[in-house]
Write a protein that binds this ligand. Sequence first.
Ligand SMILES: [Zn+2]
Length: 475
Amino acid sequence: MRRFVVATLVAVCPLTAGACLAAPASSSLPEPLRTTAASLRDEAVRGTGAFEIVRSLTIEVGPRPAGSPGDKLAIAWGVRTMRELGLSNVRAEPVTVPHWEPGVAEAAITAPWPQPLVILPLGGSVGTPEAGVEADVVVFPSVQDLEKAAADQVRGKIVFLNKRMERARDGSGYGAAVGGRGRGALVAGKLGAAALLLRSVGTDNNRTPHTGAMRYEEGQPKIPAAALSNPDADLLEAQLASGKPVRVRLKLGSRRLPDEESANVIGEIPGREKPEEIVLLGCHLDSWFPGTGAVDDGAGCAIVLEAARRIGALPQKPRRTIRVVLFANEEFGLSGARAYAEAHAAELPRHVLAGESDFGSGRVWRVSSRVAPEALPFVDEIAALLAPLGVTERGGNDSGGGADLIPMAPARVPMISLGQDGTYYFDWHHTANDTLDKIDPKDLDQNVAAWAAAAYVAAEMPGDFGRAPEGEGGE
Ligand SMILES: [Zn+2]
């Protein structure tokens, strides 16, 4: 029934905002609140400072993997930027992060038809010996197939996982393909493989491999792991299809270094009546090493910072506090997210809603949540408010909210997810091509409009979202 009501609202909602404000007819939100939220939305669509924020991050900082010199520059940038935007209580809360260095990465087919291969090390990989490793290649369609393999098929060989990621608006192809990146080297190592080569988890056909986190287990063999660009994976696949033995030489200079100090950068718009109650807007400040981290996740940080700035610039601050958190090290182990949940455990019961923008700059098209079931009408109200932005779909009430929000799930913090169009996101994700030119400023403005309106409603509304159901959410 709820879905029917929202669909009806969308259908009768013209492109101009005014007529939408009357809906839903039995709104539980006060009229002034809805008027202010709608004006936040409509003014943001006319143009925001979000692009300038991500522009400055990519130009003045650029790559900022956990523990790197860029990570420290990013923290200073975050503190400076929050102050310039007028946020209060700006601080950098310390987080210890792992530090891994990619080093040199070279690979080549040495037989039957020698050719260079374009690769990147997977995040966390060990290096090879100085001279590299050279071995015959054995291919598997997926990590699930590798898990069923016998050790004598694999021992001493370079395992090639050849799973291709499918393009989808909601990014669902990622979940289906990313398992090989996370645990491929662990599975291959247990079977005695010499190294792992992975077809990049990405939807492009550029010669830009996609890195990303992988993991080992203590007590299990640790073998070097690298991603091939899609065209390089095609080449390797084609040589293997000849039926001749294919050999590859791989050299990685990757290594772990001692842990480093990083920080979650935090700033607030203090609430006027209930400052102890918090609406959290998150993004992650770290990036992978090859690109400038424009879409992952400079865009998300720009969106939530600009949304908060616009709420802070209202004549009257909302009742509750809006807290922006630029999380440290999302990419290589959620260090910042865990540190935040631990340091703020006592106030998590007063986090009334949390959301994270971490899916590039594509337009918002769907609202999902994980709130108390009796609070779902409030999510419907937010969805109706966002309908004029082209946000026409309602997801379920099982949203994970965002990777950095996972450690808050045990405290049953209510979550909202503004689902973005990810059709092209995985062309650039974790590659050297993650750069500023991929961002359309108007798309960024639409995201700011959606987050500003949603966050304002949560911070100002008389009721709240209760507590989320148990569990981490699956969407
Ligand atoms: Zn990200």
